[in-house]
Design a protein around this ligand. Structure first.
Ligand code: ADP
Length: 196
């Protein structure tokens, strides 16, 4: 099963992707995590994208499509994957359809996490506090100003993907405002229904 977790920054995509990795054995393919790993490693790619992530703008389609193309070649992605933070633009969604098709696969399900935008800024602040409390370093892009930009970018470039996947009849909408365990349950039910 290939599943896209869809929703604005702070909707809980990463949290739920990790649960699906545990419960269904589907690897979490997060372009954000992959880009942050490249930045931490100070690779050529990392140096190229660091300022873009810090601003909350989108990295070019070519870069993220290339990363996903390579990642799909790894054996653990053979039985499916959870896409988290990818695709984020229509060209990325079209490219993903092609990448999967060339491997005899397709997107089976798109989970749209619906959240009230007013809470998203608060969630980013919460994430910063929790990370510091655990002794970690907060994400460079969780400042209020950058979160606002990430939301604008989401509205403009990414939100239209819902219609793209609705045309394919693949979208299940889940209330992302519910407690984490309830969101997990709703997603699990949608996945189970699709697997039948
Ligand atoms: P969030 O969903 O919380 O905004 P991510 O970890 O998914 O966070 O992404 C962090 C940043 O990485 C984005 O703001 C963007 O700069 C970059 N990025 C991640 N995925 C993509 C993508 N598919 N296309 C373009 N840029 C991306």
């Amino acid at each position: 099963m290939n599943l896209v977790l869809f929703g604005p920054p702070g909707a809980g995509k990463g949290t739920q992707a990790k649960v699906l990795q545990e419960t269904r054995g589907l690897p979490q393919l997060s372009t954000g995590d992959m880009l942050r790993a490249a930045i931490a490693a100070k690779s050529e790619l990392g140096l190229k994208v660091e300022a873009i992530l810090a601003k909350g703008d989108l990295v070019s389609d070519d870069i993220v499509i290339g990363i996903i193309d390579q990642r799909l070649n790894q054996p653990d992605a053979a039985k499916g994957a959870v896409f988290d933070g990818f695709p984020r633009t229509i060209p990325q969604a079209e490219a993903l359809d092609k990448l999967l098709e060339s491997r005899g696969k397709k997107i089976d399900l798109v989970i749209e996490l619906k959240v009230d935008e007013a809470v998203l800024l608060g969630r980013a602040e919460q994430r910063v506090k929790e990370t510091i409390a655990k002794g970690g370093t907060p994400r460079a892009d969780d400042t209020p100003e950058t979160v606002k930009n990430r939301l604008d970018v989401y509205r403009k470039n990414t939100a239209p993907l819902v219609a793209y996947y609705q045309k394919q009849g693949k979208v299940v909408t889940v209330d992302g405002m519910a407690p984490i365990a309830d969101v997990t349950k709703a997603i699990d039910a949608a996945v189970a229904q699709k697997s039948r």
